[in-house]
Ligand binder design. Sequence first.
Ligand SMILES: *[C@@H]1O[C@H](CO)[C@@H](O)[C@H](O)[C@H]1NC(C)=O
Ligand SMILES: *[C@@H]1O[C@H](CO)[C@@H](O)[C@H](O)[C@H]1NC(C)=O
Length: 497
Amino acid sequence: MSRLFLPLALALSLCAGPSHAQLMRRATPSHRGRLQRALREALAKVTAQRVLFVEETLRASYEAFPKDAKGNLPPHQALPALARAYFAKEHGWLVRGLEPPGAPIIAPGETYQAAKAPKERGAGDLYAVHALEDKAPELAAALKEAALSPVTRAAGLSLADVAQAVAALEQILLEESVTLVREAYVLNGLETDMQRLPGSIPEDQALEVLLSYLLLFRNGVPIDMTNATKHRLIKERARKTVLWLPMKRFVDEALEGSEGERSWAEVKEATMQMAKQFGRWQNSECEEMRSTLRKMEHAPGRVRLEDFHGSPKFTNYQFTEKEDYLQQAGILEEKAGERSVLIANYLLGASNCIASSEYFSVCCLNECEVLVNQFEAAVQAPGAPVSQVMQVARELNASAVDELADAADESQVVVWHTAGFRHWLHRAFPYQCPRPTASEDQALQAELAEAQEWMKMDEAARQKWKPLVVHPSECTRLPQWHEEEEEATHGVVELEV
Ligand SMILES: *[C@@H]1O[C@H](CO)[C@@H](O)[C@H](O)[C@H]1NC(C)=O
Ligand SMILES: *[C@@H]1O[C@H](CO)[C@@H](O)[C@H](O)[C@H]1NC(C)=O
């Protein structure tokens, strides 16, 4: 499989960025050393096995990103995009500071009704992640320095760099759970002093502590850590719901493996495991919502707004999200005078993030990223000829396979990191893949523009791809999806700042 088609594809489908790139050889910048020192420090508590797992999970996406001749990714757009996709599909985590471009932001303790989508906000970045700023400021600073350096002076990122940064952040977020479970000891009257590490407790008490932890995590911040009476009442109420049995099973599984008394180390280990599994565990609720919505649909992946808000036939869920939220979040589609809720966009929206800490929320797992990975893994390049992509699409039972031709450029190549491919994914998998918003389209274009600039600066890559060097006059018109998009977003109300 030749990779030569890529720069051509970029040249034809994009034509953004400077037309005369500087042909300088990149020096190894000093900020690379700083970043690697900060990563080593942040990774002190992460096992090599976990870093390897993250690396393997990221590999297909990494291979699918445009790279220079040394195999390094462009430094600015790739890292946050890869990290965001990893957390969304592995854990369903929406990490504060790393939010997708243009998405409404829900602050800790707020409901979706308070969500605001700032007008000019681009995508979040890894260096802006609140948890890194607070818990690993040196890593945040090193990432920021790397991210803000001009492309011409920046160091590229290897797969190992990306995996280490993601694994370090994952660990920091998992450790948040440890604070919460210590609060659970206190609320259960087993400890009074948060400064002291908890002692060993009998198995049944460990079960109660972890159930409390799960309730605290599930209900999200702000958490009243001082009122044990109130916590006991909440727990008693939860005990009578259908949720209790699955919660108990989840805790039992995490505690399995040892007998009798549980030391603090064992409870901590069980907590970390639960935090790691939580996204997958709670996703069954998302599956139920998806099938409820499918029963109401009037077109593939679409439910009329009136049906969404008011069908008495479907009583499992009350869909109460207001119109302005649905519109802000890109969930509402207006077409031919009819307003519909897009099922995939709705499920991934912030209003379905049921648990939250100060640093992240747990949302429905992003199954679209899993599908994208299957395309990437089948091809292991930034794109592929349309006939090959069609074959992968058929194996994945995609609908609208023929429409892939619209997502291809004039040389019949489909490039993953383009709005055209993302819009096709939505047509092909309307229950898993959200329709990209205008901000997301822009972010994809910025990603590709950077990749193009990055490769043009690389002398070796340039020589390799000499026959395909971009010339401004070869710029094509905007791809077809763009015209369609104009119509679809027409009439959407301007968001408040
Ligand atoms: C604790 O919560 C209970 C039940 O909600 C309430 O009646 C009580 O006043 C609270 N105590 C304090 C000290 O806030
Ligand atoms: C595609 O559909 C066939 C037949 O319904 C099924 O056997 C197969 O598992 C499906 N493949 C995927 C990837 O869903």
